[in-house]
Design a protein. Structure first.
Length: 132
């Protein structure tokens, strides 16, 4: 039944758009002097105390921003392809790209890792490039 397929495809495209909006609209900014102190500010302080610079914290921010922006645009592309009914096997690489970006962000921000380890991971990502 093609009507059922159209409904499914439309809903999947809507979900892709909605997920992209989460990435593109972002979360509200939390000031560094908020109470309780935001995790990212504690992490920045730990990185600076550990290695004498908070530069890796900026790397982490750059990596996360870049990867989430890329993932959001890939989700928008998936939604557009679904709506136009122009996609068959070519959808797999876009889905994989979104999952890879989300995985990279998760790995860099891993809360089980120490601040130093997150700093090292961000440096590795920058050395190899987030698209490698």
């Amino acid at each position: 039944d093609y009507g059922m397929t159209d409904t499914y495809v439309d809903e999947l495209a809507r979900i892709c758009d909605e997920a992209a909006r989460v990435f593109l609209d972002g979360l509200p900014a939390v000031p560094s002097d908020a109470t309780p102190t935001p995790f990212w500010e504690l992490d920045r302080g730990d990185i600076e105390a550990s290695i004498g610079s908070d530069e890796p914290h900026r790397w982490i921010h750059e990596i996360v921003s870049s990867c989430l922006s890329e993932a959001a645009n890939e989700l928008l592309a998936i939604g557009a392809l679904l709506r136009c009914a122009t996609v068959t096997a070519s959808l797999d690489p876009l889905v994989r790209a979104v999952v890879e970006r989300a995985g990279l962000v998760n790995w860099v921000l891993d809360q089980e890792a120490t601040s130093r380890k997150r700093a090292i991971r961000s440096g590795l990502v920058l050395l190899r490039g987030p698209n490698s």
